[in-house]
Design a protein around this ligand. Structure first.
Ligand code: NDP
Ligand code: MG
Length: 396
């Protein structure tokens, strides 16, 4: 074993960030936290710095950076505290970093994740929104820099594990018929359509199987999460949208499957705990202990499957349409969804209006090719403005 791997954790204070630090702490001889970043939970970031002793921390503002730097120095730490997007990009691309966990939520994660890609790092990709917004550019940057892109999203990590090592030749070349993307169905899987308008943010965030940040919890409840994951799968595995089928599997034990032309279907199973895909991507191609308890099939007893209901969950249909349309459509979908989810969490709109906003933005904004980061960011901003206009008209 050579020296321990230095890891930057973008979004260290979040659900994925904390699970990553849990795995890192189990293997101090293999991994060390090089940089930790936070945004609003800065007391938590300070506590994480005290226990993981990183070289760098990143916060949003210069004033909070100075205060955290002083507090850490007072505790005997030499951690340098940077701030803002430039600070995030610096710790993502730092020459001493081996791997970057990309776990900032939403479009805010795009630039730092791209900075890590351009620096040719091992990228542990949790931030699906970055890939959805800028898929073609992102994957081109991966090819150009030689970065190693490993999926953290449990479904994509499962698919990666079920594919042969040479899948980049093309799914058809390696005998893959389709990808079966599993979905728990979220907290409203069985809620009748007429009751969905009245559900609360608390109900939407109470996921039956996974404990996650609020934005992805709402996405899971609306099934937009599966729509974003469909687009994510197309980019990661060079699949056509028609090659990805969504399967509702309420137990969240099978994390996804790959269907081969000879009739073989390979699946990856495990308890619903993100430390499994995180450990897999940290140590790939080796395996390490993640702290996740062994799967007890007798306790689980049965595995159920059903087809998704795109009438009750229109976000899934909208995402598939955006995937098929290509160009800027997925970036429009993602930005409108981010604005709509934030408005729902602030109780400005009903749950069912999330889909109405996205539908409206997709109908209004022209679809165009995206050939630069500037073009991606401009489309993102246009879609946000259109979604905010909808909010002003309908939500006061
Ligand atoms: P959380 O909301 O728990 O964490 C988000 C992290 O991003 C926090 O560290 C937060 O800082 C930071 N952050 C938020 N906004 C900004 C910003 N504008 N600039 C810089 N940092 C910011 O989310 P999750 O951990 O649940 O999810 C993270 C990503 O991983 C998402 O893209 C999600 O889709 C994906 N993912 C998550 C899974 C899960 O099980 N949780 C599963 C699969 C994918 P702070 O907390 O200090 O405000
Ligand atoms: Mg997932």
């Amino acid at each position: 074993m050579t020296r321990s791997q230095r890891i930057t954790v973008l979004g260290a204070t979040g659900s994925i960030g904390l699970s990553t630090l849990d795995v890192i702490a189990r293997h101090p001889e293999r991994y060390q936290a090089f940089a930790l970043t936070g945004f609003s939970r800065l007391d938590e970031l300070k506590a994480l710095c005290l226990s993981h002793r990183p070289h760098f921390a990143v916060v949003p503002e210069p004033e909070t950076a100075r205060r955290l730097q002083d507090a850490l120095a007072g505790a005997g730490l030499s951690t340098r505290v940077l701030w803002g997007e430039s600070g995030l990009c610096e710790v993502a691309a730092h020459p001493e970093v081996d791997a970057v966990m990309a776990a900032i939520v939403g479009a805010a994660g795009l630039k730092p994740t791209l900075a890590a890609v351009q620096a040719g790092k091992r990228i542990l990709l949790a931030n699906k929104e970055a890939l959805v917004m800028s898929g073609a550019l992102f994957m081109q940057a991966v090819r150009t820099s030689g970065a190693l892109l490993l999926p953290i999203d449990s479904e994509h990590n499962a698919i990666f594990q079920c594919l042969p090592g040479d899948y980049a030749q093309g799914l058809g070349q390696v005998g893959v018929r389709r990808i079966l993307l599993t979905a728990s169905g979220g907290p409203f899987r069985e809620t009748p359509a007429e009751r969905l308008a009245a559900v609360t943010p608390e109900q939407a965030c109470a996921h039956p199987n996974w404990s996650m940040g609020r934005k992805i919890s709402v996405d899971s409840a609306s099934m937009m999460n599966k729509g974003l994951e469909l687009i994510e799968a197309c980019w990661l595995f060079d699949a056509r949208p028609s090659q990805v089928e969504v399967v509702i599997h309420p137990q969240s034990v099978i994390h996804s499957l790959v269907d081969y032309v000879d009739g073989s279907v390979l699946a990856q199973l495990g308890n619903p705990d993100m430390r499994t895909p995180i450990s897999h991507a940290l140590s790939w191609p080796q395996r390490i202990d993640s702290g996740v308890s062994p799967l007890d099939l007798f306790a689980i007893g049965r595995l159920d499957f059903q087809a998704p209901d795109e009438q009750r969950f229109p976000c899934l249909r909208l995402a598939r349409q955006a995937a098929e349309c290509g160009g800027s459509a997925p970036a429009l979908l993602n930005a409108a969804n981010e604005v709509a989810v934030a408005a729902f969490l602030e109780r400005r709109i009903r749950f069912t209006e999330i889909a109405s906003i996205i539908d409206d933005v997709l109908a209004r904004e022209p679809v165009q090719p995206l050939d630069s980061l500037e073009a991606v960011l401009a489309v993102d901003e246009c879609a946000r403005a259109a979604a905010r206009t909808w909010l002003m008209r309908h939500a006061g």
